[in-house]
Design a protein around this ligand. Structure first.
Ligand code: AMP
Ligand code: ZN
Length: 143
């Protein structure tokens, strides 16, 4: 048995509440059910995080994300739905097999919370333009 819990789920060595499966992806209920219907979508191949996910897998994963999100909407009629993807320990990742959380939202007290602290006032036009130049430069040298 592999040491990756999601690889073990995909291979059937660990049980899961499977929602959907195709050639490239697998979707199952998150055991923590932060809100009703909380689902994880994973690529069948083991990739640690977004940075290691091959470009060819991205469309497969997000096609399944959209398919399952649509089914969650139809089935449980949530008021909204958050997609969450933690990359790296510092970002809250605990299972290092790429996955997207689908978290149906019902109300403010439904179990999911994301804290947004605005820091816009700390960035001058000049600082933002410098950051913009840096990032655009990284993008143009990455292919
Ligand atoms: P993350 O913190 O983004 O890496 O999320 C990992 C998620 O995997 C958590 O929400 C866990 O509840 C979920 N999880 C861990 N083990 C299992 C399991 N055996 N079956 C279903 N979900 C799991
Ligand atoms: Zn894995």
């Amino acid at each position: 048995m592999t040491s990756c819990v999601f690889c073990s789920i995909i291979s059937g060595d660990i049980p899961s509440k499977k929602i959907y499966e195709d050639e490239h992806t697998y979707a199952f209920f998150d055991i923590s059910q932060v809100t009703k219907g909380h689902t994880l979508v994973v690529p069948k191949h083991h990739h640690k995080n977004l940075f290691e996910l091959p470009e060819s897998e991205v469309s497969h994963v997000f096609k399944t994300v959209q398919k399952v999100a649509t089914a969650l909407n139809k089935t449980f009629s949530p008021a909204g739905l958050n997609l969450v993807n933690n990359n790296g320990e510092a970002a809250g990742q605990t299972v290092f097999h790429y996955h997207v959380h689908l978290i149906p939202r019902y109300d403010q007290a439904d179990g999911y919370q994301a804290k947004w602290v605005e820091h816009g006032a700390e960035y001058t036009e000049e600082k933002l333009e410098q950051m913009q130049t840096q990032l655009i430069s990284s993008l143009s040298s990455s292919h």
